[in-house]
Design a protein around this ligand. Sequence first.
Ligand SMILES: [Zn+2]
Length: 295
Amino acid sequence: MNGLSQTWLLAVAANLLPAPCLAAPSQKCGVEALGVARTIMVDGSEKLALGLQSYPRTLALEDHEVVLTFDDGPSPLTARVLDALAAQCVRATFFVVGRDAESAPALVRRAIAEGHSVGHHSYSHPERTLRLMSEAAAKADIDKGIAAVEQSGYGAASHTPHTPFFRFPGFADTPALVAWLSERKIAVFGSDLWASDWLEMTPQAELELVLSRLEAARKGIVLFHDTRPSTAAMLPDFLRALKERGYRVAHIVPGAGLTPIQPAKPDWKSTTEPIIEKILGARAPGAARAGKKGM
Ligand SMILES: [Zn+2]
């Protein structure tokens, strides 16, 4: 170590200089920034389906550790979400809709350039869900979505994704589709808790709701939507609150190695399945859902 770097390290230790930012090497963040505490490699070949709201196992996170995920973008609000994450040197995972990636490829490329993981969320986010489509049509929609995101983000319409992460729209999976994704070395992500941000609410109400759920769960994979105005508006306050309350951000990235997995408690029940059954059962096949895109 030369004298200059030693002096610099001592200055950092004494809080005289901002620490280097783990989340965005090109951007310096002060010690007050939330940053990224840990990067977790997820190997798609492990046949993973994770997230306690839908599956009986999840990432083994430490107490007060969160993984931030955003679905349904890119949208006109995505830049605001990216700005809020960059301001805190935080990295997140975006589950992107292929059709919208085609419309806004620059946002997909920006998310990738800023170190976020860009996973997949189907091409059309079908109102009837992938579950109610024929298996062939569902597979085609998933593949078309992957190709659209790859084309938008990396310039080549491959069916082999750079980031082999998939989240089912509305969590409406099928065993056959999960198995098919597993065979293709694509990890399926649910969530451990969500902000219910598909509902109309004020940013303050969403902030209080998600923080209360997080305080109850103490950790987890958190689901937001970068299509929702309340989420874009509350995100800076949410990230500040995470820092103030001692939470740390884990960032999931594709990579080889054993993914840390935590099994559910023996009395585990799916949160999403009763909701999916209620929504799909109450609606005639093909009928449009009221309101905006949901989970
Ligand atoms: Zn969605």
